[in-house]
Design a binder for this molecule. Structure first.
Ligand SMILES: Cc1ncc(COP(=O)(O)O)c(C=O)c1O
Length: 395
């Protein structure tokens, strides 16, 4: 397609000289280049940042963090995992390797996160785990979810891939669940060179399984005669039926992550300011709905999604995207195809699914380019162009 004036960027932020030097320092001096002191330090930095008593593990991606969590659950054929239908596919994919069934839960239209009303209907005797996704940077209604499962043996997993730094009152997301996963992928609020992830295991009983699962089941032999005998390392299967993975984050990524963590609040602050400015500037269009502001909830605005409410306007979002892309050269996109519409998931679940809010939202949603390094000039141009495009469509 033609050249965009404001493209959708897959790189959320740039790096400072100091951050670039940190990577060079590890490249030059570190030995080992994986699973050394930088990873340990990064894990401690994250633990301190989140203020969690849980154990933190740096891994290769958000998806591998979910993979490790799924692997520890000892999933059986009759188990059910409740997952929002509106999220990135990696929230659900790791669970499909097991015989457990995925139950899709709808979203709430005001927040674009898990619908508590629908969740209540889905929780049952077979529910093994619930995955709540703090989507687009906004915490899900975690307190309600915790209330719903307080007397039940249900595992609660927070997918914080898009929400590093988000919180409810003073408590950061990632500290509420039995497990929490973060992504440091290229587009996230903080990225360790394009890939990276964090698994937080708050529930003690699962913590011991992760080191082996993360690194090929390696452990020292119990009766070592010499450092090389009987061999350098043993291979253990800590959970019956589960073959371990190889998912450690590299030392360079970890050191870079530690440096970035020093300015994650600053990066988030800029996103929040910009999102608030953008949303305020659209207040004359009440039919263009953004994520609702919730008292005591901090949204870190990983992205800037909105949807056209057809009850109060006749704007077709495809016409809007058409004008924005062709006339103003701004690449507005749509995100997160309802997971039950993918053939991949349809085949697994062996059924056709429809969830009212998920469908309504996806079919009317738009997502504005929102990389942190967008210039003020471009950002203001995007605001003005959005006004003009909407005015064209309503007049
Ligand atoms: C909600 C959500 N969950 C999980 C993931 C997976 O993270 P990663 O890309 O680091 O594997 C992503 C990444 O886009 C995500 O947005």
């Amino acid at each position: 397609m033609k050249k965009f004036k404001i493209n959708w960027s897959s790189k959320s932020h740039t790096y400072t000289r100091k951050e670039k030097n940190a990577v060079i320092e590890v490249m030059t001096n570190a030995d080992p280049l994986t699973q050394g002191k930088y990873l340990k330090n990064f894990e401690l930095d994250i633990k301190k940042y989140l203020n969690t008593k849980g154990k933190v593990f740096g891994v290769t991606s958000g998806a591998s963090a979910i993979e490790l969590a799924a692997a520890t659950l000892n999933l059986k054929e009759n188990d059910e995992i409740i997952v929002p239908a509106h999220t990135y596919c990696a929230t659900a994919l790791p669970f499909t390797r097991y015989k457990a069934k995925i139950k899709w839960v709808d979203i709430d239209l005001d927040t674009m996160t898990i619908s508590i009303e629908h969740l209540k209907k889905l929780i049952g005797k077979k529910t093994k785990a619930i995955v709540a996704v703090h989507l687009y940077g906004l915490p899900s209604n975690i307190l309600e979810i915790k209330k719903l499962i307080s007397k039940k043996k249900i595992i609660f997993i927070e997918d914080c891939a898009q929400s590093l730094g988000a919180k409810i009152k003073d408590k950061k997301v990632g500290t509420f669940g039995d497990f929490a996963v973060f992504s440091l992928h290229a587009q996230k609020n903080l990225t360790t060179l394009g890939e990276g992830g964090i698994l937080v295991v708050n529930k003690k009983k699962y913590q011991k399984f992760i080191p082996g699962l993360r690194h090929n089941g390696h452990r020292q032999f119990k009766n070592k005669r010499n450092y090389w005998q009987p061999a350098m390392v043993d291979v253990c299967q800590d959970i019956k039926g589960i073959t371990p993975f190889n998912f450690p984050m590299t030392e360079a990524q970890a050191f870079l992550g530690s440096q970035l963590l020093k300015r994650v609040e600053e990066l988030n602050k800029k996103r929040i300011q910009r999102a608030e400015q953008f949303i305020k500037s659209m207040s004359k269009y009440p039919f263009l709905k953004f994520q609702k502001n919730i008292k005591n909830y901090k949204n870190v605005y990983h992205l800037l999604p909105a949807w056209f409410d057809k009850k109060i306007c006749r704007i077709n979002r495809d016409d809007f995207i058409d004008i924005m892309s062709k006339k103003y050269k701004i690449k507005v996109i749509v995100q997160f195809y309802p997971l039950y519409r993918y053939d991949f998931f349809k085949k697994l679940n062996n059924n056709e699914f429809k969830l009212k809010n998920t469908d309504l939202f996806f079919d009317n949603m738009i997502s504005f380019p929102f990389h942190e390094w967008m210039s003020e000039k471009d950002f203001n141009y995007m605001i003005k162009s959005t006004h003009k495009a909407i005015n064209t469509l309503i007049n």
